[in-house]
Design a protein around this ligand. Sequence first.
Ligand code: MSP
Length: 512
Amino acid sequence: MENYYVTTPIYYVNDEPHLGHIYTTIAADVLARHQRLSGKDVFFLTGVDEHGQKVQQAAEGRGIEPIELADQVVARYQSLWPELEISNDDFIRTSSDRHKAGVQAMWRRLENAGTIYKDFYEDWYCVPCETYWTETQLKDADLWDSKQCPDCKRAVEKIQEESYFFRLSAFQDRLIEYIKANPDFIAPASRRNEVLSFIESGLRDLSVSRTTFSWGVPVPGDEKHVIYVWIDALTNYLSALGFPEPEQPKYWPADVHLIGKDILRFHAVYWPAMLMAADLPLPKRIYAHGWWTVEGEKMSKSKGNALRPDKLLKQYDADVLRYFLLREVPFGHDGDFSFAALKQRYNSELANDVGNLLNRSLAMLNKYRAGVLGTAAEENGTDRALIADVEAMQREVADYMDKQAFHLALDRINAVVRHGNRYVEENTPWALAKQGEDVRLDTVLYHLVETLRLVALQLLPFMPEKMTGMLSQILDRSVQADDFSFSADGGWGVLEAGQQCRKPEPLFPRMD
Ligand code: MSP
């Protein structure tokens, strides 16, 4: 069985979960579910990033220990994920022994490869981004006078301390070569170019330890140093698989690391360089998605407009949120979350298109045939066109999912749904019933229900609960997502004549 390994970033525990966190995790979940349906042996990892100065300061601000803060936030994530139907196979905490062992093993490998040396660091640091900046970088960004972080524009602080360094500069040429030779490694393409020009502008060695705070993983053999939180965090992708036992764990290299655009440099420059130094294979792909604003505004703690998933879930079904987030904005682009846009998408695509096709098809089958499917004995061109469209959709959706083009996958599935609704108009089953054209009526109803079943199968990764509901109505039994696979259930004609279908129960009632 082929392996498939997908990851999310591990989330800092200084903040409660918000829209940005659920977005990546939902996207990763959809990929994981799609690949499981495709028959792959999937490992889907998420978790939390507990260490670093930012978390230590946040804990101090609340008058508690960092681990207490971490425990509180972890509890939030662990209750949130099932509510959003996140099917992660593991949850990594960076405070766990298994992770710390992985980080220290990574450190030793970097050291043994001669890529770590001790020196003195004297420059600037942005705590919110956990990022180092040189004076030149601040000057180049015109931020020297205000001493602001070029990324987040918050105040940077001066650091003067003994530090270990990683010879990042030594990997400049290899990284450029690798990225050029592997066009799918960094996506979307605009991000790949961004990374290339960053590397081409020159890489400096990276400070990889701190001595002025303690919340982290100690440097092996020199315990007054704490390992830089990004070296620590990035290693989660291996430590969760058991690294360093075995050194090349099952599932490694990852098929895709999903991340937000703000953490691209860490994933597409530092992480590959570390892996090269440690002589480990590189992940196959890094996909950086865009950022959400909310009703046109940047989410921020000070404005208090961060969208909190627990609030959203009081208003909307998890499936509706999952659908909207992946349908509204092309993955990789920035986008805006608005309640009006959500309602609009829901009513037009879910209530009017999918919901309507399901309701009218099952209603007619129940009205004219007591809910029992007949045989498709008399096919004409409209039937063949529908089948061809369904089959093309299955192939195209698979391609889109391999490229993380969620919105295109959904658009393609929706095209089949609209085709189904057109097919009803073309074939007017009510007229066939009136005229007693039984063979043709059975054929049309069969094509409708079979189309619905195959649409539900493709939508299952996006809306597990709604789609198991839809499949239960069609198959007249209660089903679960993992009852299905594309190989067993994906073929046209798997539904058999004589299949009893339920009366329709509205899945997507209109939103007002
Ligand atoms: N701990 C690091 C990641 C380490 S991975 C080895 C981190 N954590 S974070 O909690 O600050 O952010 C996690 C993710 O949330 C990032 O991918 C970031 O892009 C994403 N988002 C935060 N705000 C966002 C939006 N407004 N919109 C979309 N995603 C955003 O960084």
